[in-house]
Design a protein around this ligand. Sequence first.
Ligand code: ZN
Ligand code: ZN
Length: 373
Amino acid sequence: MNNPYVQIRRELHQIPERGFDETKTQGYLLQYIQNLPKEHIELKTWKTGIFLRVQGTAPRKTIGYRADIDGLPITEETGLSFKSLHEGMMHACGHDLHMSIALGILTHFATHPPKDNLLFMFQPAEEGPGGALPMIQTDFFTQWKPDMIIALHIAPEYPVGTIATKPGLLFANTSELFIDLTGLGGHAAYPHQTNDMVVAACSLVTQLQSVVARNVDPLDSAVITIGKITGGTVQNIIAERARLEGTIRTLSVESMKKVKERIEALVQGVEIGYNCKTSIDYGSMYHQVDNDVKLTEEFMRFVTNETNVNLIESKEAMTGEDYGYMIANTPGFMFWLGAESPFGLHHSKLNPNEDAIGVAINTIISYLNFKAN
Ligand SMILES: [Zn+2]
Ligand SMILES: [Zn+2]
């Protein structure tokens, strides 16, 4: 382990924090940045995140680089010597690697500034409630507005030494879905005096299956998953309340809108049919990650021709990423960084191969040298 960024990743791995609660993480990053030469950098903190600009020597444009910094409420089961010190929290999505990679790139350019400006964005709360959208709504972002933005995400399914991406849509539109049903509970033996919310909830779950099957163009794609149902109190009392918790994924903004309209209509139908009250909460929503075609194709050619990294053209995925907001109105792209691990993202045993850190730092430094000089 002679790559210092591996050690940095391990230290960050030990202090995972929830979205907008990343105070130790922000402190760690600020302390590291404190030791960099200051001539070319300007820094602004925003909540638990950081904007950092490397001033170019003859700037014509600004290139943004985004790294997310939050962990997940998962109890780590890797058994690693540097496992999480925060009970019940884990960097199970690789954001510890994302940060160490960003610091590696930043360190290089803080000492060797390119012609153009670089804007590093350490973004809180990717896993929820979402930091990308409020971050781009700040004055800092407007003032230092990048002309293009790039970001990566580790991919356990690809070997180290590979990068995977595609022009156009990479990640789906996602939305959480919470539906509450409230009726009249009562004695199990007097159903005629009640409105049973367990029965109403079960019926609704079944009806929701028709939305994807019957309302979405078969050549488009959508997912509605109800992952959790709660309702009632004990076995012999008819339930007064029930709650469905799920997620919606679509490959287009239009089908997200349509799916929600259909869900609302079905929920309204249950309200009438079962004589109950309902409410829908969409929780946090993420915009699709739509890679800029020209920039992504150029990046793919660059990786193929100028590096020894193996490029894979990936397919779009039904996962969500709030980075989509960052490149909704600014050209940019995201790519998968191969970090082979038998366990996937958000798994309590996720153990990415740390060699991916060096691969990413080298590749992005050379890409930014190509784009910013
Ligand atoms: Zn994640
Ligand atoms: Zn992630």
